[in-house]
Every structure is written in structure tokens, then in C-alpha cells.
Ligand binder design. Structure first.
Ligand SMILES: Cc1ncc(COP(=O)(O)O)c(C=O)c1O
Length: 450
């Protein structure tokens, strides 16, 4: 890290601590009882001197325990993509909360919600899980069972939750275990093959072995910066999966930002299985797994052929009445043309604003956007996960996040991703862009270009 960046970081860290005595006190009281001082270890990824404790969050405004407010472009890393506590979802949860929380029986809304999911996301069959991780794990298990094949194909730089066999990377043209995985049960590289996104030849080569049960993909990669699909690439992927007997799972947990029918619905892709978690029920733990009639027939064959026992899929609290209340309200009030139009128009304004800041300083940086989700990066837009990873500047990103936090703006702690909730106003966008411009000036050209 250069000297100017270290100085800036030091003064931002001091400013963070000085204005947050209550958070500091809660951090020191929490430290003896929680791993790394937090109830979920990712909460330390913000890189702040101590955790920021939240008092409440509504719409795009989050307020901390010291009474400081933030305009939220992180939105719980997508779980609150439609704003915190969307009123219709909050009301539905409140109404259900005294009528049963979990029963292990289908809720009375199941028929209606099934119809709405089918209509909205254009797949006839559904299951409900608690997290996108669960749904992806189930999608992969079903794919192996239906096809009788063992391997899954993932894209270099992917993230699909903490699903074992997706925790791999491509290094020196070999699929290897992803660095950092804690306590792996086995070598996941035996169960997966990783290829670069947008590389048709590599895809063909991996599929040609005819041992791939499923390709699991985000239609736009969003977990390694953002990598957009080259024109025609996803249609090509769809076609090659069919040709080689591999199923196509689209994980739209993040690309739900594309529009009310997700990326697949917006762009006319026809996955075999479709997963979406995080914001699908407005922020309550919920994920959905949609699938075609052919897959449902395959599932029935698998079920008929087995002799009983545990499937290895599902969790006790999944699909509970509280979640169904939230999911029904979200389908009616959040996954709509109007909501997405507001989000996308805000994202477009943010994209233009950022590009202006970069251009004013002669920085050849890019902004990539998938609907209401955008990401800026240093240099040209990456074409695959390896390029995206190489372009990352964790030191710069970390300093920027802290700079913005100290000025009342939250962006995700990972790379430079931002989401625009429907109630976001234009003045917040303009102020955010101005603060990013201020950061670029404070860091200085020499460091930015180094
Ligand atoms: C594309 C994608 N799929 C799945 C997941 C996992 O979601 P969860 O942690 O809610 O299981 C994530 C989390 O970031 C994700 O980005």
C-alpha cells in the first residue's frame, strides 16, 4: 500500500472510531462471547476498526447505535435489495407473526404462491428453501441424480454460496480447491470442473467428456467484480448443455436485479433449474428453486427408484408460514415492473454519475451494470473471472468503503458493488458520486495509477 493511501486510511480509521462510542462499547462487550466479536464471522469483512452496530433500518436509510445515518447501497448484500423492511412485506410478516411461525405443513398460501412463481419466473414447478446455498445444493444433487453423472461445471471466480463442490478455482489451467476453505470434507476439485466465463472453446472441451451433470452459472458473474456475458454466450451455453446432456442451473440470487422476471425472463433464456434467494421474499431467509416439467419428471423417476431414507436435501424451518406471508407479499408488491423501473432508472443515473467522475479525472475505469446492480472497476471491463480477479485493488477498495462510511454511505465490503433500491432519491446518488470523486482526489493520481 502506498504512503498516501496508508495516511488516508489511518485518518479515516481514527474518524470512524471517534464518532462511534456506543458501537465501540458494544464491540468490547461482544468480544468475549462471539467469534471475532460478531454473531456471523462475515460481519468483520467490513474492515472497520470495530464492528458497526445497527439500531434500525428502513427503506434506504440505516441508522447505527450512535445515531448516525447512512444511505445504503449495500442493502444487506442484496437481501434488502428492495429497501429495508418493505412496508407490504413488513405488514404481512406482522399479520402472520401471531398465527404460527413454523409447522412442517403447507401454508394456506402455497397454491397461490406456486401460481405466482410460475407466472412471474416462467417455470412450472417449485420448492422453497431457506437460503440460496440450500437451493443450489439441492439443484446440484437433483442434477446428479437425474442425469446419473457426477461432475458439475462452474465458472472461474464463481460464488454460489457455501456449496462444497462450487468452492473451486481454475489455477494454471487446473481445477483446484478454492483457497481459504475451512475444514473441507474432501477435495472438491474431484467433483467439479472450472472453466472461464465467455470462453466457448473451454466450455465445449469440458462438456465433451459427457460426464457433467449440470452447469451452474450466474448469467452475469457478480461475485468477482462483475463480468458481463459476451453477446450470444449464454444462448450458446444453453445450446451446448442440451447437446451434451448437461442440465443448466441459473443462479439468479444477484441477477434478480435484471427485472421482475430475473435475467432469464428478461432475456428469454430457458434454464432447466432456476435458483433465487436473498431478496426473493423481501429479506426474510427464503430461497426458491424452480424447474421445468422435464426436470420434475426426472425427480419423480428418482423418487420412485429409491428405497427410502433421507434425501440429503431440505431443512426443518424451510417454507414456514412466516416466509410464505413474506413471499406472497414480495411477489405482489416487489417483483413488479414499477419497482424495477424505479430501481433501474436510479442505477442508470448512478452509472452516468460515476462515469462522469472517472472521465473528469482521466481515469479509464469502467462501470458494469445488470439492472439495479452495478459495479465499477479499475481499467477496462473484465471478460472472465481471471481478468476480474487480477484487476481488483483490495487496498483501494477498502479505503474507499471506509471513506464512504464516514460520509454516510454504505457500499458492500466486497469489491465495488452497489444496488439502487426503488425509494433512492437522486440527490443521494449525486452526493455519493461527489464523495467518490473526493476520494479519488484525496488518494491522488499516482496511487490510483500504480
Ligand atoms: C450468486 C449467489 N448465489 C448464492 C449465494 C448464497 O446466498 P446465501 O448466503 O443466502 O445462501 C450468494 C451469496 O452471496 C450469491 O451471490
Amino acid at each position: 500500500m502506498g504512503a498516501s493511501l496508508s495516511r488516508l486510511l489511518e485518518s479515516e480509521r481514527a474518524a470512524f472510531v471517534a464518532r462511534r462510542p456506543r458501537s465501540r462499547e458494544l464491540a468490547s462487550r461482544s468480544a468475549p462471547h462471539w467469534l471475532s466479536g460478531v454473531p456471523m464471522h462475515w460481519m468483520t469483512d467490513w474492515g472497520t476498526p470495530h464492528p458497526l452496530f445497527v439500531a434500525y433500518a428502513a427503506g434506504v436509510t440505516l441508522t447505527d447505535v450512535d445515531g448516525l445515518s447512512y444511505t445504503d447501497f449495500c442493502l444487506g448484500d442484496t437481501g434488502s435489495m428492495f429497501g429495508h423492511s418493505p412496508p407490504a412485506v413488513a405488514a404481512a410478516i406482522a399479520a402472520q407473526s401471531s398465527r404460527g411461525l413454523t409447522c412442517m405443513l403447507p401454508d394456506e398460501r402455497v397454491a397461490t404462491v406456486g401460481e405466482r412463481l410460475a407466472q412471474r419466473f416462467r417455470l412450472p414447478f417449485w420448492q422453497v428453501m431457506q437460503t440460496a446455498t440450500d437451493a443450489n445444493r439441492a439443484a446440484l444433487r437433483w442434477s446428479r441424480a437425474i442425469t446419473g453423472r457426477s461432475r458439475v461445471l462452474v465458472f472461474q471466480g464463481c460464488y454460489h454460496g457455501t456449496v462444497d463442490e462450487t468452492m473451486v478455482r481454475l489455477r494454471n489451467r487446473k481445477t483446484v480447491m478454492r483457497e481459504g476453505a475451512i475444514g473441507p470434507a474432501l477435495d472438491y476439485a474431484n467433483a467439479a470442473v472450472a472453466v472461464e466465463f465467455n470462453d466457448v472453446e473451454a466450455l465445449e472441451c469440458a462438456l465433451a467428456a459427457d460426464d457433467v451433470a449440470a452447469v451452474i452459472a450466474e448469467p452475469v458473474m457478480t461475485n468477482i467484480g462483475m463480468v458481463l456475458p459476451a453477446p450470444g454466450y449464454l444462448e450458446n451455453l444453453r445450446e451446448r448443455c442440451r447437446r451434451h446432456g448437461a442440465l443448466l442451473i441459473l443462479d439468479e440470487t444477484h441477477t434478480l436485479s435484471s427485472g421482475p422476471a430475473g435475467y432469464a425472463g428478461t432475456h428469454g433464456l430457458a434454464p432447466d433449474l432456476w435458483v433465487c434467494g436473498k431478496a426473493i421474499a423481501g429479506g426474510l431467509p427464503c430461497a426458491v428453486l424452480g424447474f421445468s416439467a422435464e426436470i420434475e419428471a426426472g425427480m419423480r423417476r428418482v423418487l420412485a427408484a429409491r428405497s427410502g431414507g433421507h434425501s440429503g436435501m431440505g431443512t426443518t424451518l424451510a417454507a414456514n408460514p412466516l416466509v410464505f406471508a413474506a413471499l406472497e407479499a414480495a411477489l405482489e408488491h416487489l417483483h413488479t415492473e414499477g419497482t424495477h423501473a424505479a430501481m433501474q432508472s436510479a442505477a442508470s443515473a448512478l452509472e452516468q454519475g460515476l462515469l462522469k467522475e472517472f472521465a473528469a479525472r482521466g481515469l479509464p475505469w469502467h462501470v458494469s451494470r445488470v439492472g439495479a446492480r452495478l459495479e465499477f472497476g479499475f481499467g477496462a471491463a473484465p471478460r472472465n473471472g481471471t481478468e476480474a480477479e487480477a484487476a481488483m485493488r483490495p487496498d483501494l477498495e477498502h479505503a474507499l468503503h471506509l471513506w464512504l462510511l464516514n460520509r454516510g454511505f454504505l457500499v458492500t465490503p466486497f469489491h465495488n458493488m452497489m444496488l439502487t433500491a426503488p425509494m433512492l432519491d437522486r440527490s443521494a446518488i449525486a452526493t455519493l458520486c461527489a464523495h467518490i470523486g473526493g476520494f479519488l482526489d484525496a488518494v491522488g493520481r499516482a496511487t490510483l495509477e500504480s
